[in-house]
Design a protein around this ligand. Structure first.
Ligand code: ADP
Length: 686
């Protein structure tokens, strides 16, 4: 039986451990996949950015070249504008060549392409110096034919020219037809060096970090310019430079350090975040392992606690500050016979409270919950009810329930079933009572035999003397002397018998000397343990009411206690025999009002013992104080007569009357100490 929903230790613990590991592995795999994807995407994004920039640069380079070509054509046209004379042409052409490094040579030819004049660039040795200009004639003719056809500048396809120094040069011809008055007057030729085009006409910012080149369709480089290669990863962009008569391919290569782990900020950021994420994962994993260990320890501690609770014979119950039951252990459930589900969450009245005591218990609980009165450390006794309705006494020890934060969350109570202890106490009390009764009987018997023995002799002597005297008188004898003697002897014996009786009386009265001032509370305190013992057995409730400021009474303490005990016991037995509903024994002590039943100046304290039993029938009432009169099987019938004797010996009064609505009240009075002489009470006035 489990009294509380303890955190359940999972039965398939290994299964859940596998599941947990699987989830962890899955999480790590997912995070790794996300990270790799992120890094890859970042790399790709960066590459695409580079590629886009490269393509933009290539476009820029092409448009740079194209606009430079247009300007160059204009410069050429300017050179030939008007009708230049041959001697004027040359210096101008030289000046132009100084300005335009991309031009290797300027020529002026007539309509049949015969050279009129030619100037070479001053920056290098003449390009056609080694193999002559004749080799390029076909290209020139083709370009000029094109030019004439389109009536504008036309370019030849590029070709290689070997140089004197063993190196070579890729060049391209520009042919510009010269028209004057609608008549073709000749051609202006400009030889471009492809290498110089790249070096001079493409913006330096474009070639600073990337390589720019002219290529053929198959990718063969014709000329190139730009930075040397850095890194191993190459980005390439190509664009066509469409010229009349020729189409060049401009290619731009950008070299990147591909193995570079952090190619840009984005990738670096993503990588840093990934590292942070992995670190967090590792830390989480460590924390998880610590938690798992703590969970294991906790589960062990719980199992230990549960084993401990299950083995306890002491009942345990916890309540919150609203009085709801929050925990019960198996021993408690066994004690009261209720299942944990029937108790947990239950508020007042608890199912194990006897209905007749529920009000008292509720008050006690309210006081406890206000927290004003700490429960006694040694515990207190109470009566609980089992599920089958039977009552049993318990000893309750309560202590505040403090949580981990140090605040009180309720009350924890421990319960001990003390029915067995009570049974043993009751047994010893009953045997003690029987012993006392036997002792009293023995004393009474002893006194009776003593009396009979002591009185027997004088009575026998009196009887003898009386018979003798009668015989003397019947015989007509006038021995008056003898008769007188006999009479004297009779008187003597009678006196002796009187002395015997007086000595017994003196023996009884001897206790007069033992009177002392006693507080009424002290008298009640002395008998309460015995009275409550019997009350518990007979399930009688006790109500004690004491007036405030009661004076002390002058009495033989032991005897008065005996009187109180007798009256209380009679009352409880009467209620028990009658099977009274909610039996209550009321003990009241108050100052007796002046003139109530006493006259004189003496003050009195009145003790009353009332029950709600059947009352005293008229037939019994007559003989109530008669010694040896009893209606009980085990009774002696001496109690009330002794009580009256004791009370009257104190000068007080013992009487009784009906209680309302049922039962009897016995009252007796005792003198207040110290007090003036009181007159004996009037017994008939009750
Ligand atoms: P005992 O108790 O030994 O019988 P007592 O002298 O004390 O002797 O009582 C005499 C009788 O008086 C009892 O047997 C009982 O019938 C009756 N009696 C005493 N007290 C009460 C009471 N409170 N209610 C009813 N009857 C009583």
């Amino acid at each position: 039986m489990s009294a509380i929903a303890l955190p359940r230790i999972p039965v398939p613990r290994r299964l859940s451990a596998y599941l947990r590991w699987f989830l962890w592995v899955l999480l790590i795999a997912l995070v790794a996949a996300v990270l790799v994807t992120l890094v890859w995407l970042a790399g790709r994004y960066e590459a695409s950015q580079v590629q886009r920039r490269l393509e933009r640069d290539t476009g820029d380079a092409v448009s740079d070249i194209r606009s430079a070509f247009t300007r160059n054509v204009q410069s050429l046209q300017a050179l030939h504008s008007g009708a230049p004379r041959q001697d004027g042409w040359r210096p101008q052409a030289q000046a132009l060549l100084r300005e335009h490094r991309e031009w290797m040579r300027l020529e002026w030819r007539d309509q049949s392409l015969a050279s009129l004049d030619a100037v070479d660039t001053p920056y290098r040795s003449p390009v056609f110096g080694r193999f002559g200009r004749g080799n390029a004639q076909a290209d020139v003719a083709l370009a000029c034919a094109n030019a004439r056809r389109v009536s504008g500048p036309a370019y030849s396809s590029s070709y290689f020219v070997s140089q004197v120094d063993g190196l070579g040069l890729e060049v391209m011809e520009l042919c510009l037809p010269l028209v004057s008055g609608g008549q073709l007057t000749g051609y202006a030729l400009a030889t471009y060096s492809l290498g110089e085009i790249l070096a001079g006409l493409v913006g330096p910012q474009l070639t600073r970090s990337q390589e720019v080149s002219f290529t053929e369709a198959d990718g063969t480089r014709l000329a190139m310019h730009g930075s040397s290669r850095r890194g191993t990863r190459v980005f390439t962009a190509q664009q066509l430079l469409d010229l009349p008569g020729n189409t060049l391919v401009l290619r731009m290569d950008s070299w990147r350090g591909a193995p570079d782990l952090f190619p840009n900020v984005l990738t670096a950021l993503v990588t840093a975040m990934s590292i942070a994420l992995v670190t967090v994962l590792v830390m989480l994993g460590k924390d998880m392992r610590r938690r798992l260990r703590a969970e294991h320890d906790l589960a062990d501690a719980l199992a230990f606690r549960k084993a401990m609770e299950d083995s306890l014979v002491t009942g345990l119950r916890a309540r919150d500050l609203q009085g709801r039951i929050t925990y019960v252990n198996p021993a408690f459930c066994e004690m009261v016979g209720f299942a944990p589900e029937e108790l947990l969450g239950h508020s007042t009245p608890a199912p194990y409270w006897p209905p007749e005591l529920a009000d008292d218990y509720r008050k006690r609980q309210d006081i406890r919950l206000t927290g004003q009165h700490a429960p006694p450390r040694e515990g207190f006794e109470s009566v609980f009810m089992r599920k089958d309705g039977s009552r049993f006494p318990v000893l309750i020890i309560e202590a505040p329930l403090i949580n981990a934060l140090g605040t009180q969350t309720g009350w924890m109570s421990a319960f001990l079933d003390i029915s067995e202890q009570r049974r043993i106490e009751e047994l010893s009390r009953a045997s003690q009572e029987r012993l006392q009764a036997t002792a009293r009987l023995a004393t009474v018997g002893e006194m009776a035999s003593l009396l009979s023995h002591e009185l027997n002799q004088p009575l026998a002597a009196i009887s003898g003397y009386a018979t003798g005297s009668l015989n003397l008188l019947r015989g007509g004898s006038h021995a008056l002397t003898d008769i007188e003697l006999a009479m004297r002897r009779i008187a003597e014996q009678a006196e002796r018998a009187g002395k015997v009786i007086k000595s017994v009386h003196d023996f009884v009265r001897r206790r007069d000397q033992e009177r002392e001032p006693v507080a009424p509370q002290a008298l009640l305190d002395a008998i309460m343990p015995l009275v409550s013992l019997q009350a518990r057995k007979l399930r009688v409730r006790i109500q004690v009411t004491l007036q405030d400021d009661l004076p002390q009474v002058l009495c033989d303490r032991t005897m008065v206690e005996q009187v109180l005990l007798n009256l209380a016991r009679n009352a409880m037995q009467a209620m028990d025999q009658a099977g009274a509903n909610d039996p209550t024994l009321g003990i009241q002590v108050r100052r007796a009002g002046d003139g109530e039943r006493h006259t004189g100046a003496k003050a009195w304290v009145e003790f009353s013992v009332k029950d709600c039993g059947p009352g005293i029938p008229a037939a019994v009432e007559q003989r109530l104080f008669t010694p040896f009169y009893t209606t009980k099987a085990e009774g002696m019938g001496l109690g009330l007569s002794l009580c009256r004797t004791v009370v009257e010996q104190h000068g007080g009064f013992l009487g009784f009357g009906p209680n309302h609505p049922s039962g009897t009240i016995f009252r007796f009075t005792l003198p207040v100490d110290p007090g003036p002489q009181a007159t004996p009470p009037d017994a008939a006035s009750l």
